[in-house]
Design a protein. Structure first.
Length: 337
């Protein structure tokens, strides 16, 4: 290995240590935690970011260059460090203060996509870092779509618990929403996903997203019915409980993932936005708020922010956002800023 790649290894090792130090939580004592599935919500979709400066461009360049020289999804620690570096948001800030999120240049993701396309992807199932990185790759290589699907549709729980103890749960719902984000590229898995649609948990609603994204016949009608059934379980004058809220949010994303067809199936999303939902508000407990996180979904379906703000003024006011779905990754709270 030449001097340049030795330097790359050193820098990526530093970056990985920096990430764990700032985002991990030291585990002092072992504790028993109940296994639960992650939500099927695309929490990575945050368009607000600032253009990278020279130093930040170097950060992205080092990671992309590494994956061009060391096969992605390999046990090589250089590849692992590069993938983790690119999968997590980079923030500009000073010690003790989190600043603006920095945009990863599209060209970087293009280079990484090409590297994945030319790789055997033989390390094993994607972990959550690789899933999150895969969600950004455009165009998405066919082997990456298949790798994400292997996690999403695996018959048993796929556990990912990072070194900081931030995650202890089944990442298949997260993989399902990443797979749905590939749009028609996920169509070959739509029929299998359709058979797993339900509103019982995030696996069922994540499957709904894949079926809708892949254009599976009957998927949108089934999703509408499930949303209407869930809405009917709570009186109009009562806030929708957290678990029910989360399933409704995931099914709303499923309608969005269907593309142009979404406009013909938006009625239950509009009904949801006319209700109140429960929101976690530590240390105060549970409060009742508007489903403000759904403003983004309806805006994407309509393709018109102003229309949504007129119909639902709370989408444009200063009222707080409700809490993220239960089980959402620890980094989600930072993205909400």
């Amino acid at each position: 290995m030449d001097r340049r790649h030795a330097l790359v290894g050193f820098v990526l090792t530093f970056l990985a240590g920096f990430w764990v130090g700032h985002h991990g939580t030291a585990v002092q004592k072992p504790e028993i935690r109940k296994l639960r599935a992650m939500p099927a919500i695309p929490v990575w979709r945050n368009p607000q970011c600032v253009t990278a400066n020279i130093k930040e461009d170097e950060h992205f360049e080092i990671a992309a260059s590494t994956l061009e020289h060391v096969a992605p999804n390999s046990p090589d620690w250089l590849a692992i460090g590069a993938e983790r570096s690119l999968s997590e948001d980079l923030y500009r800030g000073s010690p003790g203060k989190l600043g603006a999120r920095v945009c990863t240049p599209a060209a970087i993701y293009g280079r990484v996509a090409a590297a994945f396309a030319g790789s055997a992807l033989n390390k094993g199932r994607f972990d959550r870092h690789e899933l999150r990185l895969a969600s950004h790759l455009q165009p998405t290589p066919a082997n990456v779509v298949d790798a994400v699907a292997r996690v999403a549709l695996f018959p048993r729980p796929v556990i990912d618990d990072d070194s900081g103890g931030q995650i202890d749960g089944d990442i298949r719902p997260y993989a399902l929403t990443v797979l749905a984000g590939f749009g028609h590229e996920s169509a070959r898995y739509a029929a299998e996903a359709f058979e797993q649609i339900s509103s019982e948990n995030s696996l069922g609603t994540g499957a709904a997203q894949v079926a809708a994204a892949g254009g599976q016949p009957g998927a949108l009608s089934r999703i509408e019915s499930l949303m209407n059934e869930l809405l009917a379980t709570v009186p109009d004058d009562k806030p929708i409980p957290l678990a029910t809220r989360d399933r409704l949010y995931e099914l709303s994303w499923a309608i969005y993932f269907s593309g142009e067809s979404a406009k013909d199936h938006v009625a239950p999303v509009i009904r949801l936005m006319g209700r109140h939902v429960q929101s976690g508000a530590p240390p105060f407990g549970i409060v009742s708020l508007h489903p403000k996180r759904m403003c983004e979904v309806l805006s994407k379906i309509y393709g018109d922010d102003k229309r949504v703000s007129v119909e639902f003024p709370y989408c444009a006011d200063e009222s707080p956002l409700e809490s993220y779905p239960q089980g959402a990754f620890a980094f989600s709270s930072a993205q909400a800023q």
